[in-house]
Design a protein around this ligand. Structure first.
Ligand code: HEM
Length: 348
């Protein structure tokens, strides 16, 4: 094997000769177009890395035998946290873009039409792999309207495969410690309610924790955790009532060793949503600053389109919603000894 050289290993010939400013081609060189190209290329490279991480996480979560305390689950959490760190960098990269003034942008903006970040299929495919469904997209068909057909195919394929969110649902549903056929020996108040004693007890404690103005939360509690009454929009929800119960249990009892990794997994997904949303808002504000209320080069309403997409495209919002159903630690129902043992925490 020939000795590897840095230049060849990184294919720098290709990467460093892949910047062709339109303004130079038209002999009207605009200094900042180089920055504009390089920053978009840097984003696309990071998007590629995010796909690499998400694909690997999806393939691990798709294994039916994934254990909750296994090295594989640690790998999942580690890689999702890496995605979070990359997304943080992507949010900060907007700072560099903002060193370009609106007038500098105008020097070459019209030459780019109708090209737009709107045609970034990697970004849309990533949203789909994470779990954003077509029905939940702002503007529906519109989001693929300007993509090439081969890129639309990639996004449709990702939408039809099991997303990270769907795999999370299956994983939560099969929590091995979480056998609701047992009653967990929980001491219950005599309410005559049907259902699992632990959840009946928890529901009562939650109800007592609500302020007058929050009383309607109890109906949402029943819908989210017991599908009662059967939710009309259940089809559009990713997490089943059973998965929601497992996720809430993880959040409530996360101090137990076996629940620490599952908790970190849930937390990293919320962090991904938060960073994606920060990116959308920073991008939107930058767009507003750069082009005001003019339409985008991709022909959308510009800032208004981006705002609507930012508000609607939270992917893990069903997990975030579970935080409304937490109660204080000191009010949690105590778990029986054998449950504590199962969760990896045994009193001496
Ligand atoms: C001067 C800088 C920028 C301006 C003025 C700008 C403007 C816009 C506008 C107006 C849209 C809406 C679609 C349209 O009508 O074109 C859009 C979408 C988008 N832009 Fe930018 N953009 C800028 C920089 C960037 C950068 C650096 C990236 C990094 C990849 C990026 C990625 C995207 C993406 C992914 C979308 C689609 C968002 C969605 O559909 O939710 N943009 N941009």
């Amino acid at each position: 094997m020939p000795e590897i050289h840095y230049h060849d290993y990184l294919q720098l010939d290709k990467i460093l000769s892949a910047q062709f400013p339109e303004s130079v081609k038209r002999q009207l060189p605009a200094h900042d177009e180089m920055l504009f190209i390089i920053i978009h290329q840097a984003y696309e490279l990071w998007f590629k890395q995010l796909h690499h991480e998400v694909d690997s996480v999806v393939s691990i979560l798709a294994r039916p035998s994934l254990n909750d305390n296994s090295p594989e689950l640690q790998t999942v959490v580690h890689r999702l946290n890496r995605c979070v760190t990359i997304l943080r960098v992507l949010v900060h990269q907007v700072d560099i873009m903002e060193t370009m003034t609106p007038m500098d942008f105008l020097d070459f903006r019209d030459m780019l039409r109708p090209a737009s970040g709107f045609q970034s299929w990697q970004f849309k495919e990533l949203e789909a792999k994470l779990g954003l469904k077509f029905d939940h997209r702002h503007g529906k068909e519109y989001y693929t309207a300007q993509l090439r057909s081969e890129h639309v195919d990639l996004i449709k394929k990702a939408e039809n495969e099991q997303s990270l969110l769907q795999l999370l649902n299956s994983w939560l549903e099969r929590m091995p410690f979480f056998n609701e056929k047992e009653n967990w020996g929980v001491a219950i108040s005599d309410t005559g309610e049907k259902g699992h004693p632990f959840w009946n007890e928890y529901r009562q404690r939650y109800a007592r924790s609500l302020d007058e103005a929050e009383k309607s939360n109890l109906a949402v509690f029943d819908e989210v955790f017991f599908n009662n009454p059967p939710s009309l929009n259940r089809e559009s929800l990713a997490l089943s009532a059973e998965a929601n119960r497992a996720a809430l249990f993880i959040m409530l009892y996360r101090g137990y060793p076996i629940l620490q990794l599952p908790f970190q997994l849930l937390n990293s997904l919320l962090e991904i949503d938060e960073q994606l949303s920060s990116w959308r808002y920073r991008h939107m504000n930058m767009v507003h600053r750069m082009i005001g209320t003019r339409i985008g080069t991709g022909g959308s309403t510009g800032k208004d389109y981006l705002k609507a997409a930012a508000d609607k495209h939270y992917i893990f919002k069903e997990i975030a919603q579970l935080n409304s159903f937490l109660i204080e630690r000191s009010k949690l129902p105590a778990l029986p000894y054998y449950m504590e043992e199962r969760l990896g925490f045994v009193h001496q």
